[in-house]
Design a protein around this ligand. Structure first.
Ligand SMILES: [Zn+2]
Length: 180
């Protein structure tokens, strides 16, 4: 398995460890190498990731996922910021990517059960911080409307824009009608 770079690998391993309930200890972490073990001393779990000079990206070089110790924590520690990092690119490419799909994605890839609330919060963070993905505030607003529609399924959301502002080349947000 390969990753774009060390930060991407680190993020993926963190999610993987959360799914397997492994409390990671970072043994080595620099620009080209990552090495994790399980915090429970005698456990054989080890994951080593590194790159080489000939090919781009980094790869898992060693993975012993024979995690023998008792789970030390529960899935609740997966926080929304890790989820946000993981889905940032996906949402940038597709604003309609749903919370439901985020949850299914985490479950399929890492056997992680992330709550609706956590995924929702993660999605909001992504939408708030996306740069370059939105050309102006209107697109951002549209993304919020999609999100709102999703979390209040069955409701209609109408975004009213000021005609006057549109004539001046601006899109001014007037109000949002939410019919529940
Ligand atoms: Zn372990």
């Amino acid at each position: 398995m390969s990753f774009k770079d060390i930060p991407e690998a680190r993020q993926c391993i963190r999610l993987y460890a959360l799914g397997k309930k492994i409390k990671l200890t970072v043994v080595k972490s620099d620009r080209s190498k990552l090495r994790f073990t399980c915090s429970e001393g005698a456990c054989p779990f080890v994951c080593h990731i590194s790159g080489d000079a000939h090919t781009p990206g980094v790869r898992i070089k060693t993975l012993n996922d024979n995690h023998t110790c008792w789970p030390t924590f529960d899935n609740h520690v997966v926080d929304y910021s890790i989820i946000a990092q993981y889905f940032k690119k996906k949402l940038q490419e597709n604003l309609k990517f749903k919370i439901k799909e985020m949850r299914a994605g985490l479950h399929n890839a890492f056997k992680l059960k992330a709550s609706q609330g956590k995924c929702k919060r993660a999605k909001r963070i992504i939408l708030e911080t996306l740069e370059g993905g939105f050309t102006d505030g209107y697109n951002k607003l549209e993304a919020y409307a999609i999100e709102l529609k999703e979390s209040n399924s069955g409701s209609d959301i109408v975004i009213n824009l000021s005609k006057e502002a549109l004539a001046q080349g601006k899109r001014k947000f007037l109000r949002r009608n939410l019919h529940l």
